[in-house]
Design a protein around this ligand. Structure first.
Ligand code: GDP
Ligand code: GDP
Length: 435
């Protein structure tokens, strides 16, 4: 199951500030490069080894306070259905308002855990004022300040109790779960049809229940795999404003439940900001990734076009340079096999374990030749390293002064691991620990 935390509440209580607070560290890497749009409303967060997706539902609602019966109600209902945990943000500067009570009424009917987050509680008075929100009938409020971060730790300690231990369990262990992601119209359904050999039923606008992602096992192109598909997440009737919200939820769920994401791009459109968002999200979620540039048939090209495009993409994705890029055409069934083969290879890479002796044999000489630069006159000595038994490749380097090792050196080590052991398509995590 995907762990999804949805932030709901009326306008101006501090939802987006809280969203930024929860996701800020995780966003740093990709957002600084390559002009990724900053105004997105979902992101990745982590608290004591539990990882989860955060959605700022406020970002999907247009309109003002007098429209509760419309867009806001819809937003809350979707959030209730799709989220694992709900954070209901209220404002200690104003106290409970009529609109807060409207939200509370809907939230009280849900069976999902709801936390009343009494925001802007920087002062003692406002911390006291938080208890007024007990009247909303949703339990004890958590006084926090999204601006300073105070109180958010206690809140997250509670929130993560609702997540299963390891995130996603693998019922058919050893068989790669693959999600096909991409912007609308890149060719996802066409690709799925080719893979599964049948016309998939079109998702209809039936009001009512939604389902989680469906995992279906397939054999195609000589490969055995499970497609995680979110066709079950139905659009309700009358929804217009929230279509983007739906498609985002779909891809988040499919991504969370998969091992490897095939991220499709449209060759006739090039790499767009939304594509970068999806790629960034998958990398932050530590998923294996294959980039499939579809509609290659529709591009006017010569023998250099692919290379030029590949270089351009790598530049924009920098420093992420380890994702395989395949130029394909679903219509002409060109390189479909390669895409699937690469996805399997990336899956193997994701689960590859390097023994401690092999790792040290390969990296010790490199580290001796290029030790971490001394900081504040202090020599930094890396003693040894090992790979942890985690679901995605994670390496720990034991050293005397872990706090002095800077990002460029970390990247250097990552590159050396990749050069020696080839983790094509898979994000690597590196930790430094005192020894
Ligand atoms: P949203 O409409 O619910 O997403 O609210 P925003 O995050 O845009 O915040 C609304 C206003 O409240 C902004 O002016 C924020 O600076 C302010 N704000 C948000 N969080 C806090 C907080 O923890 N303390 C204080 N004092 N102000 C906050
Ligand atoms: P989805 O929204 O990502 O599921 O995209 P669809 O599978 O519905 O495809 C969107 C459009 O792109 C349709 O008109 C397809 O026929 C077209 N399309 C899909 N794959 C290819 C391809 O390989 N080449 C070309 N030229 N068009 C394609």
């Amino acid at each position: 199951m995907a762990n999804i935390v949805a932030i709901v509440g009326r306008p101006n209580v501090g939802k987006s500030t809280l969203f930024n607070r929860l996701t800020e560290q995780r966003q740093a890497i990709m957002d600084n490069q390559s002009g990724v749009t900053r105004d997105r409303h979902y992101g990745y967060a982590e608290w004591t080894d539990k990882r989860f997706t955060v959605i700022d539902t406020g970002g999907y609602v247009v309109g003002s306070e007098d429209i509760f019966e419309g867009a806001i109600r819809e937003q809350v209902e979707i959030a209730i259905e799709e989220a694992t945990v709900l954070l209901f943000v209220v404002d200690t500067m104003t106290g409970p308002t009529g609109l807060d009570h409207d939200f509370a009424k809907v939230l009280r009917r849900s069976k999902k855990p709801v936390y009343v987050v009494a925001n802007k509680a920087e002062t003692f008075e406002r911390q006291q004022a938080a208890s007024e929100f007990y009247a909303l009938g949703l339990g004890d409020p958590f006084p926090i300040s999204s601006q300073t971060g105070s109180g958010t730790g206690d809140l997250l300690d509670e929130v993560i109790k609702h997540f299963p231990n390891e995130g996603v369990e693998d019922p058919e262990g050893g068989i790669p779960r693959i999600a096909i992601l991409g912007r609308p119209n890149v060719g996802k359904s066409s690709f799925l049809n080719v893979l599964t050999g049948k016309e998939r039923s079109i998702v209809t606008d039936i009001a009512g229940t939604t389902r989680d992602a469906i995992n279906t096992r397939y054999k195609a192109y000589g490969k055995d795999f499970i497609l995680t598909d979110t066709a079950g997440i139905r659009r309700k009737a009358r929804i217009s404003d929230n279509i983007e919200f739906y498609s985002v939820l779909r891809s988040i769920k499919a991504m969370e439940e998969s091992d490897v994401c095939i991220i499709m791009l449209d060759a006739t459109r090039g790499l767009e900001a939304q594509d970068m968002n999806i790629i960034g999200q998958a990398v932050r979620a530590k998923k294996g990734v294959v980039i499939m540039i579809n509609k290659w048939d529709a591009v006017e090209k010569d023998h250099r076009t692919a290379d030029v495009l590949r270089k351009e993409m790598l530049q924009r994705m920098a420093p992420i340079d380890y994702l395989p890029i395949i130029f394909a055409s679903v219509h002409e069934k060109q390189r479909i096999f390669q895409v699937m083969e690469k996805a399997m290879e990336v899956y193997e890479n994701k689960h590859k374990k390097i023994t401690t002796s092999k790792l040290n044999e390969a990296l010790q000489p490199v580290i001796e030749a290029y030790p971490p630069p001394a900081t504040k006159g202090k020599q930094i000595k890396i003693k040894y390293m090992l790979q942890l038994p985690t679901p995605s490749p994670t390496f720990v380097f034991f050293c005397n002064l872990p706090q002095y090792i800077k990002e460029p050196y970390e990247r250097f080590l990552e590159n050396k691991i990749r050069e020696n052991f080839g983790f094509d398509g898979v994000p690597i995590t590196i930790f430094f620990r005192q020894k």
